[in-house]
Design a protein around this ligand. Structure first.
Ligand SMILES: Cc1ncc(COP(=O)(O)O)c(C=O)c1O
Length: 502
């Protein structure tokens, strides 16, 4: 068994892995996803397992390499310019190296004594990033969570406990007024899920009117909130999106703050995707008014290019952050804090043992500075705008919106198709493009009809890859139309019974 813990074996395998990953990162090919049938993959996985059950098997380097190749090969190829479909990113390689260090030194980061540098780095990064968020430097708080979904849940909990001070102890049944939240039409599903977890119930989720891009109409939100109150709902939080998942649209934060403030409603900004635009001088105007919000979710594993998960949850007021959880646990929380436990964050998150997720981000920031992120974000947004221009110039394509960030939705939309056919056509295209394996895009329903969704996450994606996407989309669409017996645009009508030309 000692062999499994052998430091020399670690050194050797780490070198081998580094060489493999280096090759993987340097691979210039355009590739999306090699989608493997799950049963076949499970069979391969089982075949890779040792048959030794009663004793510790010897180290088999060949087996390890086959496992690693399978792991790398069956992933969405986030480091290829063909990856244009989801929001998690190809990581800056140095961040992955630091992540490996985290795995070896294993310093869970909710308590200072277990994670000294990560705890300090969280403070440092909180101050650094808050310069862009704009909260009062003497009052704000930041805590890391494993993902934006958990950050949204934690913020809603803090907001609820703030509005209903007795609820943590007495439970919701004793509260006057039904606790409710308000969301935009395009709020991420994790927000309504959080409402479910908190026992708010879907019936208490007030849907605010939206414009054509799914942005909350601030001019109509106040009336809807007032109406909800008249119906007995106690809306304690409005969740705005800074970058919706579907189209990357930004809700008008300053205008929404003007609606929530006088009504005493907490404004939470779900900036899981789009908060990173704060780092770009060109794009940060999209989050105008953020400094007036009460809390912010910011995923670094999306547009700050670090391994997932790494989410930062900001609160305007540290006192409300502390109110999310009100517990005593003498084995970890000291009644008399000292200079060390002052940096503990375990009382502010759902997690007890937590990855020191700040380390890759802080190391990149320490080494390269914010310009690294700003440049890459600018490039991704510019590439989305380029895609918009190229697609608009293509006959047979419908572009659904101007990109506000790096997300763009479009359809291959030959004239004369009814919505049901149009919907199925986009699904067929997504499936074919994915099966082809060179490009990876996703889909989202807009107004009930599927659309193709481009998320530019890779700085190597350029006009040539966008041209490839257009060509592949068109070819996949035409094939799908042919197979469905529908006319394909630009093709001569099929005349199977026509007499052969002499
Ligand atoms: C706007 C928005 N909020 C929340 C989330 C959930 O974040 P996570 O996947 O980190 O849990 C996402 C994920 O894509 C998102 O786009």
């Amino acid at each position: 068994m000692a062999g499994a813990f052998d430091p020399d074996l670690f050194g050797h395998t780490a070198e081998q892995v580094a060489l493999r990953l280096r090759r993987h990162l340097a691979d210039p090919s355009v590739r999306g996803l090699d989608l493997v049938e799950p049963d076949a993959l499970a069979k391969t996985a089982r075949e890779l397992m040792t048959t030794e059950r009663d004793r510790v098997a010897g180290f088999d380097e060949g087996r390890l390499h086959r496992i690693l190749d399978l792991y790398i090969g069956t992933g969405i190829q986030v480091h290829s310019p063909g990856y244009m479909g989801r929001q998690f990113s190809g990581v800056v390689p140095l961040a992955a190296v630091v992540d490996l260090v985290s795995s070896v030194v294993n310093q869970p980061s909710s308590f200072y004594e277990a994670a000294q540098l990560p705890s300090v780095a969280e403070r440092v990064m909180a101050d650094e990033l808050n310069r862009y968020v704009g909260f009062d430097p003497d009052r704000f708080a930041m805590v890391t969570t494993s993902g934006g979904s958990l950050a949204n849940l934690t913020a809603l909990l803090a907001a609820r406990n703030h509005a209903f001070p007795g609820i943590w102890t007495r439970g919701a049944a004793q509260e006057a007024g039904r606790p409710a939240i308000a969301v935009g039409a395009e709020a991420h599903y994790s927000v309504v899920r959080a409402a479910g977890v908190l026992g708010i119930g879907e019936d208490q989720v007030v849907r605010l009117p939206a414009d054509r891009r799914g942005r909350i109409r601030a001019d109509r939100a106040g009336a809807v909130l007032d109406d909800a109150r008249r119906r007995g709902l106690n809306v304690f939080c409005l969740v705005a999106s800074a970058g919706t998942t579907s189209m990357g649209a930004f809700d008008p934060l300053a205008e929404l703050a003007a609606v929530t403030r006088p009504r005493g409603i907490w404004l939470h900004v779900d900036g899981a995707h789009g908060a990173s635009l704060l780092l770009s001088a060109r794009h940060r105007h999209r989050l105008r008014g953020l400094d007036q919000a009460d809390s912010l979710t910011w995923d670094a594993h999306k547009m700050l290019f670090v391994p997932s998960p790494c989410t930062l949850l900001f609160y305007r007021d540290a006192a409300t952050a502390a109110g999310a959880f009100r517990q005593r646990a003498s084995y970890v929380f000291d009644d008399e804090p000292d200079v060390y436990s002052a940096l503990d964050s375990g009382d502010r998150t759902l997690e007890c043992t937590k990855r020191p997720m700040i380390m890759p981000l802080w190391t990149l920031w320490a080494m390269y500075g914010p310009a690294l992120f700003a440049r890459k974000i600018d490039h991704l947004c510019a590439t989305a705008r380029l895609a918009h221009r190229m697609l608009r110039a293509e006959p047979g394509f419908a572009v659904l919106h101007q990109p506000e960030a790096n997300i763009l939705c479009f359809r291959y939309s030959p004239p004369g198709l009814d919505p049901a056919h149009l919907h199925r056509l986009q699904l067929a295209i997504r499936d074919r493009v994915r099966a082809d394996g060179r490009l990876f895009i996703s889909k989202v329903d807009i107004d009930g009809v599927a659309a193709l969704r481009l998320v530019v996450m890779n700085h190597r994606t350029d006009a040539s890859h966008l041209a490839l996407l257009i060509a592949e989309t068109r070819a996949a669409g035409r094939r799908a139309l042919r197979e469905a017996g529908l006319p394909t645009p630009g093709a001569p009508p099929e005349t199977p019974d026509a007499a052969p030309t002499p």
